[in-house]
Design a binder for this molecule. Structure first.
Ligand SMILES: Nc1ncnc2c1ncn2[C@@H]1O[C@H](COP(=O)(O)OP(=O)(O)O)[C@@H](O)[C@H]1O
Ligand SMILES: [Mg+2]
Length: 378
């Protein structure tokens, strides 16, 4: 897919910015704090209905404004064009999404239709941070490649909220029957999620190994190991996972009542990253962390490209500034093999002495939330 146009209205520091993008590379150049990342964030709204890092829509709303809009034209592989419009109104705290003027009823319908991969400094927490960060990473890939999973995740979160509410009110008198019915739902949806995550990690691993070996010359083997909240043997079907989950729920019942929260289920899963058998978290160098992350994201790109039958767009936020020269070069070589890319940077140096800007590779100069110029002018 290719995003051919975008229009931002009252979006962060962009009062009204319009873009016509190149099909290959799009570079947003500018000093710090000018609004480059904000453009990538707006593209994320077009593709996955939300920001890749802001926790709420109201955060991206321009100060003192009461609505924002992001509009874009997306050309998919079949050649069809879709006009996507995301509109948020602060007065009613509501976001609406329109595709070709038709309102989208369930946002999960959009996820995966316009696949996107984002590599940004926030992503460092995928290899450095808590298990939740890795779950989030995995869930977004599976959701983009499997609509049902996106819906099951939404449902699971709702079940979890309800069940936690019952447990937190349990000091007065535990409603056993009510809890029991939520247990049924928890194990049903929990098992489906665990099953799909297991399947996904098995499929995803070869992609990761391949991308990693392209980025490093040394023989380093990256591995992903799924550690779900119930221990599983290979190829165990969802109904058997359900039984295991139920047993574990019974076993941890006293703990749940004491802690007043749900402690069994896929929201407690861990995914362990390792390099040559050593835990990445404990032993890897900064450079290895960065390479691992880039390999994860490149693997995500090629995985989604095959699964979605649609080439994802790739957003790279300030990635090059953090890399040494060799890693920078390898990443740029890799970027050339992807589809349409959007890159923010404070310096053109990464593109060599005299970068060629044309209709395939466009440069946009960004200052104070505006596009000062594009293509050839510097
Ligand atoms: N909701 C908002 N309303 C208005 N301006 C905002 C909002 N959120 C962030 N900004 C401004 O956006 C700018 C940062 O934009 P950003 O895209 O992160 O810059 P960079 O070019 O460094 O990537 C800052 O000037 C910040 O004050
Ligand atoms: Mg930035």
């Amino acid at each position: 897919m290719i995003i051919t146009k975008a229009h931002l209205l009252n979006f962060r520091n962009h009062s009204a910015s319009a873009f016509e993008f190149a099909p290959a590379m799009n570079v947003f150049l500018g000093e710090n704090g000018q609004g480059k990342t904000n453009i990538l964030e707006a593209l994320s709204f077009l593709c996955i209905t939300k920001s890749f890092y802001a926790s709420a829509d109201s955060i991206v709303l321009q100060r003192d404004k009461n609505f924002f809009e992001v509009e874009g034209t997306i050309e998919v592989e079949t050649g069809r064009e879709s006009a996507v419009r995301v509109a948020y109104d602060e007065r009613i705290k509501q976001k609406k999404i329109f595709i070709n003027n038709g309102e989208v009823e369930k946002f999960s319908e959009v996820i995966g239709r316009f696949p996107v991969v984002i590599l940004s400094p926030e992503n460092n927490s995928i290899t450095f941070g808590a298990p939740a960060e890795r779950r989030k990473f995995i869930d977004l890939i599976i959701s983009q490649s499997n609509r049902l999973y996106a819906e099951e995740m939404i449902e699971y979160k709702r079940i979890l909220r309800q069940r936690n509410r019952i447990l937190s009110e349990s000091d007065t008198r535990l409603n056993e029957r009510e809890l029991e019915s939520w247990n049924d739902m928890l194990v049903t949806f929990g098992a489906r999620i665990i099953f799909k995550r297991t399947q996904f990690l098995r499929e995803f691993s070869p992609y990761l190994m391949q991308m990693y070996s392209q980025l490093v010359s040394e023989k380093e083997i990256p591995k992903l190991l799924y550690a779900p909240s119930v221990s599983l043997e290979e190829n165990i079907p969802p109904d058997e996972i359900e039984i295991l989950l139920r047993k574990k729920l019974e076993k941890r019942r006293a703990d749940e009542l004491r802690l007043r929260t749900t402690i069994v289920g896929p929201h407690r899963d861990e995914c362990i990253f390792s390099l040559n058998g050593m835990l990445l978290k404990n032993y890897a160098s900064q450079g290895q962390h960065k390479t691992f992350l880039i390999a994860l994201k490149a693997a995500e790109f090629f995985y989604l490209k095959e699964r979605c039958e649609e080439t994802p767009v790739f957003l790279l936020d300030d990635v090059f500034s953090e890399l040494d020269e060799e890693r920078s070069k390898k990443l740029l070589t890799l970027v050339e093999t992807l589809g349409q890319t959007f890159i923010t940077t404070t310096s053109e140096n990464i593109f060599g002495r005299s970068p060629q800007w044309n209709n395939e590779r466009k440069k946009f100069l960004i200052r104070s939330g505006s596009v000062i110029s594009s293509i050839k002018a510097a």
